[in-house]
Design a protein around this ligand. Structure first.
Ligand SMILES: [Fe+2]
Ligand SMILES: [Fe+2]
Length: 188
């Protein structure tokens, strides 16, 4: 992770948009036209669907952990078991790691070969994956601990990791789609 990436304007946990120097390097297809573009079917739609699923699963994990934290003491363990928090967290972890792997080793290098001016954008997004991996690891550790000891303190720890994971996943995917969707729409 570079020193530049650690700046508040660059890091996925602190930026509120793509850094100003990167936005002008993106291809110009406008966001509002994506779903009406003649080449939206195929890779573009598939990519967006994968992202929606990742975001839905990250939303669910954070929201469900928070809601169950309010359960009364004698129902807490039943609520944790019934929600299948651990298995759903595991599915999100596998899904996210697999998706990042495909992007880091397939899509991103291919996009930079097609459009070298996108080097810095995809370098930033690859750094995001490292930050996401660390957040995913935190969730993995806490969900494994919750399986061993399904109590309120451990559930709170899982939520303390799931909530920031959800936040940075939304930031990353929003910015990534700004970089990637125009490429799929231009090249099909
Ligand atoms: Fe990504
Ligand atoms: Fe992605």
């Amino acid at each position: 992770m570079s020193a530049q990436y650690r700046q508040l304007t660059h890091h996925v946990a602190t930026r509120d948009r793509l850094p100003p120097a990167i936005r002008p390097t993106l291809l110009e297809e406008a966001m509002q036209d994506w779903k009406h573009h003649p080449r939206f079917a195929g890779k573009a739609r598939f990519f967006m669907n994968v992202h929606r699923q990742l975001l839905d699963e990250a939303d669910w994990l954070s929201d469900t952990a928070r809601v169950i934290l309010d359960a009364s003491g004698d129902t807490l363990q039943d609520r944790i078991s019934a929600s299948a928090l651990a298995s759903n967290a595991q599915r999100l972890l596998h899904f996210a790691h697999g998706h990042h792997e495909i992007e880091d080793h397939g899509h991103f290098p291919q996009f930079v070969r097609l459009h070298p001016q996108l080097h810095d954008a995809f370098s930033l997004l690859a750094n995001d994956h490292q930050a996401l991996d660390a957040a995913l690891h935190g969730v993995e550790t806490e969900q494994e601990a919750l399986l061993r000891s399904p109590g309120r303190d451990q559930l709170a720890k899982l939520h303390q990791h799931a909530a920031p994971l959800n936040k940075i996943m939304h930031r990353h995917i929003t910015d990534e789609e700004d970089g990637v969707m125009p490429i799929f729409l231009r090249h099909g």
